[in-house]
Design a protein around this ligand. Structure first.
Ligand code: AMP
Length: 219
């Protein structure tokens, strides 16, 4: 089965997707991570994406869709995927729906992580990301044990270029304009499940697993 995690920047999609991957055996596919990894490798895709990411804008649909379709066609994704950061526009939804159907896949849930706007900015501004493994921390809510060092792999922590206040505000604006309509779309499809994303990290994970195991009630 496949699962989509929906939510604003800073809602905790990456953190929760990693936890769900561990508990469920599904494969975490994060569009932002794929772009950042392409950038680290110095590929054309990475350079193109950087120009949009640094401005807090969306990478054009055609580019993102191609990248995600290539990723989910890989063998490890056959057992099921947790989509994180994709889809973000109605056109991306349309492309994903066609492809999932073509591959005979089963999109079971769209988990919507609900977090109030004022908390989102604080979460983004305090976020630190590991250069090596991509794990995330937060200087206010979830600091690493040693400053600037990843608990998981010992890699160095850095602040993403797009995690400054100005770009974060633009990303939120883009989210409200382009991604929020997806909530209604998936609600109408009967796939949406709302999760309270304000709670403790482990509690949110439990809530998501509970929905996935119990076939959850409709939002
Ligand atoms: P994220 O790591 O999900 O916060 O994504 C970081 C940035 O990557 C976004 O602000 C966009 O510039 C780009 N990006 C990630 N996913 C998508 C997507 N599905 N569509 C367009 N741009 C994306």
């Amino acid at each position: 089965m496949d699962v989509i995690l929906l939510g604003a920047p800073g809602a905790g999609k990456g953190t929760q997707a990693k936890a769900l991957e561990e508990h469920s055996g599904l494969v975490h596919v994060a569009s932002g991570d794929l772009f950042r990894s392409a950038l680290r490798q110095g590929t054309e895709l990475g350079m193109l994406a950087k120009s949009y990411m640094d401005r807090g804008e969306l990478v054009p649909d055609g580019v993102v869709i191609r990248m995600i379709m290539e990723r989910i066609a890989q063998a490890d994704c056959h057992r099921g995927v947790i989509f994180d950061g994709f889809p973000r526009t109605i056109d991306q939804v349309a492309a994903l729906t066609v492809e999932l159907e073509r591959q005979g896949r089963d999109l079971r849930y769209v988990l919507f992580l609900k977090v109030p706007e004022e908390m989102l900015l604080r979460r983004i501004a305090g976020r630190e990301t590991c250069k090596t493994c991509g794990s995330t921390y937060n200087v206010y809510y979830f600091p690493s044990k040693r400053p600037d060092v990843c608990d998981e792999c010992g890699g160095r922590l850095y602040q993403r270029n797009d995690d400054n206040m100005e770009t974060a505000q633009r990303r939120l604006g883009v989210y409200f304009a382009q991604t929020l309509p997806l909530i209604d779309h998936y609600r109408t499809q009967g796939l949406l499940r709302e999760i309270d994303g304000q709670r403790e990290i482990t509690q949110v994970t439990q809530d998501m697993l509970h929905v996935m195991e119990s076939n959850g009630s409709h939002a």
